[in-house]
Design a protein around this ligand. Structure first.
Ligand code: ZN
Length: 238
């Protein structure tokens, strides 16, 4: 009788231990299920002015699953990301959340932007390019040459840029991260808009919308292929 209860006790203990072992796995499974809900985020501007250095330092923003490339490590500034001594607030802001969404890119980034002069967003795009993300930019021919435009710097860094040749503006303001995250809204990527204008930016993982925007990007990308540019306006035949 005594021996049987001893065996029952050991059996119960082993069973309990196994059940406890399974709890973390169960929690991970439940968390995984939660994560699969498509992301929907809205950012409103003007954004509070915050320090974005920690995000834009290569090590601080590097994706965890990928080892940093030697080239990007060499070009990263040497000052530490933590304990930044600048006088700006270091919390979250609409701009920092926009930067965070962009910096999630691991393979591709499509940008279709009317005006692009924000230095922080420019740095984020260059950082992604250094990490080996394939970046393609479509922009407006009139605005790409304005003072402070990031387009020249991006081209210099080796990023592909295409632009229109039309009288009408290439007025889109959207980005697609890894062909699965769409960032779109009224915001021009300029400091003036980020800090002063009332704007909205929608960040979403909705597959259907991503597909439609990607299709339009590819269509414009082909339409703006430099081999199709005309350098001397043809005279209308009368
Ligand atoms: Zn700072």
């Amino acid at each position: 009788m005594k021996r049987v209860s001893w065996q029952v006790a050991v059996g119960t203990a082993v069973g309990l231990a196994l059940a406890l072992e399974a709890v973390p796995a169960l929690l991970r499974w439940l968390q995984g299920r939660k994560k699969r809900r498509p992301r929907r985020e809205v950012l409103f501007f003007p954004s509070q002015v915050t320090c974005t250095e920690a995000l834009l330092q290569d090590s601080g923003a590097a994706p965890r699953r990928r080892p940093p490339l030697a080239a990007s490590a060499a070009s990263a500034p040497s000052e530490p990301a933590v304990g930044c001594p600048c006088s700006l607030p270091h919390g979250e802001s609409s701009l920092s959340r926009l930067l965070r969404a962009l910096l999630e890119a691991k393979a591709t980034l499509e940008l279709c932007l009317f005006a692009f002069s924000s230095p922080q967003l420019g740095r984020a795009v260059q950082l992604l390019h250094q990490r080996g993300v394939r970046v393609r930019v479509i922009t407006d021919c009139d605005y790409m040459a304005l003072n402070g435009s990031q387009i020249g710097l991006l081209r210099k860094a080796g990023i592909q840029v295409r632009h229109d040749q039309d009288l009408g503006y290439m007025h889109h303001k959207f980005a697609i991260v890894d062909k699965k995250l769409l960032i779109t809204g009224s915001l021009n990527w300029t400091t003036q808009a980020i800090q002063n204008n009332r704007e909205n930016v929608l960040i979403m993982e909705d597959e259907e919308y991503v597909k439609l925007f990607l299709k339009e990007f590819e269509r414009i990308w082909e339409e703006f292929n430099p081999t199709k540019y005309t350098f001397f306006p043809q005279k209308k035949s009368q």
